[in-house]
Design a protein around this ligand. Structure first.
Ligand code: TGC
Ligand code: FAD
Length: 389
């Protein structure tokens, strides 16, 4: 049984099905056994634990909501969310790997792909035999991906791609890249296989955040792609934005996991650490910090649980996912900082997971839309007025 007991101040476990609890506990144990023991070293080295990919697949972490015929577990979205929560308790970089594989690679192939593309790629991605990445962001187009300049040109038997993507998770290690480019002015999705002539994916170095994750550029120079590699049902900015909704959903749950791990470390430390002849957890100001943490975590859990139930009922609005991504990352970062403070000097070391989570959450805050971008998305929804125009 996992040492980690979770945070459940409002008895939310009572709202979970047996299957959801089983899935949650399985991933919790997986993190204890395989992620926690190695993650500080990987983070320090700045490498992704690639040896975990097949093990992650065995636990069903890739495309868990997709049909069994592709080798997936056909779980509901609450179970999927709980998986992302537990994985991010281990590390945001490891959760990112799974989010990209499921939400940003399997989802667009499942949703916009041909039967041949689905039959070929989905079982490989589910089993971890193939790794995927998602190229939307460009050097000059981050929050505003609709402005992208990567271009596809129709040629005999296929397309020629020119352009560059930046900040792409898994890029260098990916067997297949889902890349968004303009074809006659309309955004389309393309599948680019590793080793295609004219395509390179150099790793980006120098990150102080998400260090146990590969981040890359994708460069296309007269890169020829066969006709069969166009995602035939994709079209317009809406297609990549639909993928972002999937990944943002997982991030909203994941941020809870990082926050729970920080709270757990701070609580246990505060109960033991003695200053002025008392455990620091007995001081009013430290208690206030711990209470703020558990309070914010509980609210974030409620937000995600209802979000997941709505998603399972097909009643989800993407603006609701924006709210959960915005809120939950915004609650997790201050919790990591507060936990770091409670730990004193020990909080800056790799003896505790807190500073790693804190640095990771800076990336999580920026990718998949910043707080302000999500605020504007929700602002547009409630006022009917578009601040992006
Ligand atoms: P806009 O007019 O809003 O949208 C065009 C059409 O798309 C629809 N739509 C969505 N549909 C599904 N899900 C969403 N999230 C959607 N957002 C919009 C919308 O209804 C519209 O449909 P229709 O039928 O009317 O045509 O387009 P806009 O240009 O105004 O968009 C602006 C904005 C800010 C919302 C959008 O560009 C945006 O979300 N920007 C943020 C960029 C971002 O988040 N990039 C993430 C890159 S991937 C990444 O970071 C991976 S991290 C991976 C990891 O975990 O490691
Ligand atoms: P900008 O868009 O330049 O924003 C800079 C600042 O300006 C932000 O504070 C933003 O909120 C603010 N801003 C921008 N527009 C407005 C506005 N209209 N009003 C008010 N404020 C505004 N992308 C992918 O496609 N695939 C990936 O796999 C991927 N993985 C990533 C992994 C990591 C580790 C990181 C850090 C990023 C990743 N990204 C990925 C890119 C990520 O999605 C972008 O960084 C993000 O969308 C923000 O874009 P930007 O960095 O260009 O910032």
């Amino acid at each position: 049984m996992s040492r980690f007991q979770g945070v459940d101040y409002y008895r939310l476990d009572e709202l979970l099905s047996e299957e959801e609890l089983l899935v949650r506990n399985t991933v919790r144990q997986f993190v204890d056994d395989h992620v926690t023991p190695i993650i500080e070293n990987q983070y320090e080295e700045g490498t992704f634990p690639i040896h975990l990919v097949l093990k992650m697949a065995e636990v069903g972490l890739f495309g868990p909501t997709f049909p069994a015929k592709y080798g997936c577990a056909e779980l509901n979205n609450v179970a999927y969310g709980l998986m992302m929560q537990e994985l991010e308790r281990g590390d945001s970089g490891v959760r990112s790997f799974a989010s990209v594989q499921s939400g940003l690679v399997m989802y667009p192939i499942f949703t916009f792909g041909s039967e041949e593309q689905k039959d070929y790629w989905l079982p490989r991605l589910a089993s971890g035999k193939a790794i995927g990445c998602f190229g939307l962001t460009e050097p000059d187009f981050g929050s505003n991906p609709g402005g992208m300049v990567t271009r596809a040109e129709k040629k005999d038997g296929g397309f020629v791609l020119n352009g560059a993507k930046m900040w792409i998770t898994n890029g260098t290690i990916a067997d297949i890249a889902v890349v968004w480019a303009k074809l006659d002015g309309e955004i389309k999705g393309f599948l680019i296989e590793k080793g295609t002539a004219g395509f390179t994916a150099p790793e980006m170095k120098g990150k102080h955040s998400l260090r146990a994750s590969v981040t890359s550029e994708l460069v296309f120079q007269d890169c020829f792609i066969p006709e069969a590699n166009l995602l035939p049902k994709s079209g317009g900015l809406k297609s990549p934005l639909m993928c972002l909704t999937q990944a943002r959903y997982g991030i909203a749950w994941g941020a809870i996991g990082a926050a729970m791990d920080c709270y757990d470390a701070a609580l246990r430390f505060a109960q033991k650490r003695v200053q002025f002849s008392r455990p620091i957890g007995g001081y009013q100001m430290v208690q206030r910090k711990l209470v703020d943490m558990v309070n914010e975590i509980t609210k974030a859990q409620l937000l995600c649980l209802q979000l997941g139930r709505l998603k399972d009922l097909n009643r989800l609005k993407h603006t609701q996912v924006s709210m959960a991504k915005m809120n939950n990352v915004h609650m997790a970062l201050p919790i990591a900082r507060l936990a770091r403070d409670v730990l004193g000097a020990a909080g800056i070391t790799d003896e505790y997971p807190v500073i790693r989570h804190m640095c990771n959450l800076e990336s999580v805050s920026t990718y998949e839309g910043t707080y302000d971008i999500h605020a504007l998305i929700i602002g547009r929804d409630i006022t009917g007025l578009d601040a992006f125009e």
